[in-house]
Ligand binder design. Structure first.
Ligand SMILES: *[C@@H]1O[C@H](CO)[C@@H](O)[C@H](O)[C@H]1NC(C)=O
Ligand SMILES: *[C@@H]1O[C@H](CO)[C@@H](O)[C@H](O)[C@H]1NC(C)=O
Length: 506
């Protein structure tokens, strides 16, 4: 398999150099531009290719672009050249590709192997040198043999998780399964294998096949001896989540922050000012985190100086810190502002016992609401939409969303058209500053439009976003008896809610 892989790489390398020369000559760019018309063809010619899915409006994509280009240029002259490509996932014609690759946010980078048959997430750094180092490792063997203390020292980075298989011989089922696992998870973790546990920086000697996970936090190493691939994968998933995730400006913590946000657990997030208060809060908070380990809740301690975007995302204010917020698996939030270290344990216990009331976010109800399109906030939603006995068209929008900006003047015209009709309200709801009641409205992207007739019939508007079509829809559905709709969401038309998740700030 190894030999085939390398001879494959050689063939690809030659083909790739030809390709790179063409594109370099044409546009001076080393990053290949792919689209729906040539994606499959180009990818199928590569044993290894990296593809960035981006959107032109995405800020993180813009900061990545020069670094990605620089990495592409360095990697093009690597002994086995590595191809970097990009796809504009915002382009209508490429949306099918984005769906196929389950792109949820931008930028998303995928590693495609074997002509695209195997797909992994790129979990490496976002600056040129880091990208180069990470990708060089990705084209080599999935697990490196450790033959000496020097090998161990150069391979094992004390700040990251490292997974070693210790074997009496490099054959047999355990060894094979370990290699399968390493191949599967290589874009997430670094792997090594050795015949001699003495060479490793931590852990005892073992006399049977052992998977040893070295980590820079908590107990520093853990051993595991069930060599079923699934069992090892599950073990690694659990062992690599720290009891307490730290969110500061140290890039070494970023993978753990991503894991924290990807976890299905409830999430407790304590935001304090690290330069003043970290030492005051961390010991008490850590005790609480250790107490609830394995109970469906994960804990994070964030520095207010680097987590501004999280604050914005949750609609919090700086003067609420030190602040503890818990978001449960259903997305409900629980909040304790200006918390003191001694209050952490009792408040978390209250939460776990179901005694804390959820926090529902709302902007203040506007005093004057004289524009044609009315402003609805969470605190006025009930009165304006559900109890007003009017026909209401409600737009859920985000201030940063381009499609919403395009829709705004059209909604204005619709509102002016209905101005004489006291039974019709056209309204908008900033879903980034107000919590959307998700039991009633399914807001997966922006803008999302709902219409509620005065008799209570609730419909999602899925038509074209033109003045004529919206007016016609409202006129058709005004006060009509209940009718059902079965319309699929046109996610493609909307800016994804997850377009720039907070973790992309890293
Ligand atoms: C793929 O096609 C697009 C235009 O459809 C073109 O701009 C791009 O250069 C092509 N990519 C490659 C690598 O040939
Ligand atoms: C955190 O504390 C430092 C030192 O007191 C201060 O300079 C900084 O402005 C504080 N940061 C925030 C976000 O309050």
């Amino acid at each position: 398999m190894e030999a085939r892989f390398w001879s494959g790489m050689l063939v690809i390398a030659v083909a790739l150099m030809a390709l790179l020369n063409v594109s370099a000559a044409e546009e001076g760019e080393k990053v290949l531009t792919l689209d729906h018309s040539n994606f499959s063809e180009i990818v199928s010619k590569h044993d290894f290719i990296v593809v960035e899915f981006y959107a032109p409006w995405c800020g993180h994509c813009k900061s990545l672009a020069p670094e990605y280009e620089k990495a592409a240029s360095i990697l093009s002259s690597h002994e086995t050249p590595i191809a970097l490509a990009k796809v504009d996932a915002n382009e209508e014609a490429n949306k099918e590709l984005a769906t196929l690759f389950q792109i949820q946010g931008f930028p998303t980078i995928k590693i495609l192997r074997n002509g695209g048959k195997s797909i992994q997430d790129y979990n490496g750094p976002r600056e040129a040198d880091g990208i180069v180092e990470y990708l060089k490792k990705q084209v080599g063997p999935a697990s490196a043999e450790i033959r000496s203390v020097e090998d161990a020292a150069s391979l094992i980075d004390e700040k990251n998780v490292f997974i070693v298989g210790v074997f009496p011989k490099f054959s047999g089922e355990e060894y094979d399964n370990f290699m399968t696992l390493a191949e599967k998870l290589r874009s997430d973790y670094s792997f090594g294998h050795t015949l001699d546990a003495k060479l490793l920086p931590r852990g005892e000697l073992v006399n049977k096949p052992t998977l040893r996970l070295l980590k820079p936090f908590d107990e520093l190493f853990v051993d595991f001896q069930d060599f079923q691939v699934d069992a090892m994968e599950k073990f690694i998933g659990e062992a690599t989540i720290p009891i307490l995730t730290i969110w500061n400006d140290d890039p070494a913590n970023h993978p753990y922050i991503n894991k924290f946000f990807d976890s299905p657990n409830a999430k407790a997030m304590l935001f304090v000012n690290f330069s003043k208060e970290q030492d005051l809060f961390q010991p008490k908070y850590n005790e609480v985190a250790a107490l609830y380990k394995g109970k469906g809740i994960s804990f994070m301690l964030g520095d207010v100086d680097v987590t501004q975007n999280a604050f914005q995302y949750f609609g919090l204010k700086g003067d609420q810190a030190p602040l503890l917020i818990i978001q449960n698996a259903e997305g409900q939030k629980y909040l304790k502002a200006n918390i003191e270290p001694s209050q952490i344990a009792p408040w978390v216990k209250e939460y776990m016992d179901g005694l804390v009331k959820p926090f529902i976010r709302s902007e203040p109800v506007p005093q004057a609401n004289n524009e044609p399109v009315k402003v609805v906030v969470r605190d006025s939603l009930e009165d304006t939409v559900f109890n007003s006995a009017k026909n209401v068209l409600l737009e859920f929008y985000a201030p940063w969303c381009g499609h919403c900006k395009e829709l705004a003047p059209i909604l204005d015209e619709v509102a002016i058209f209905f101005e004489k009709d006291p039974d019709v309200i056209i309204a908008k709801f900033d879903a980034t500053a107000n919590d959307v009641p998700s039991e009633t409205f399914d807001v997966q992207g922006f803008p999302t439009l709902y219409f509620r007739s005065s008799s209570g019939n609730l419909l999602q508007y899925e038509g074209d976003r033109t003045k004529e079509d919206i007016i016609e829809f409202i006129q058709k559905n005004l006060d009509k008896p209940a009718q059902s709709t079965s319309v699929t969401s046109e996610a493609g038309e909307s800016d994804s809610i997850n377009a720039e998740p907070i973790r992309d700030e890293l």
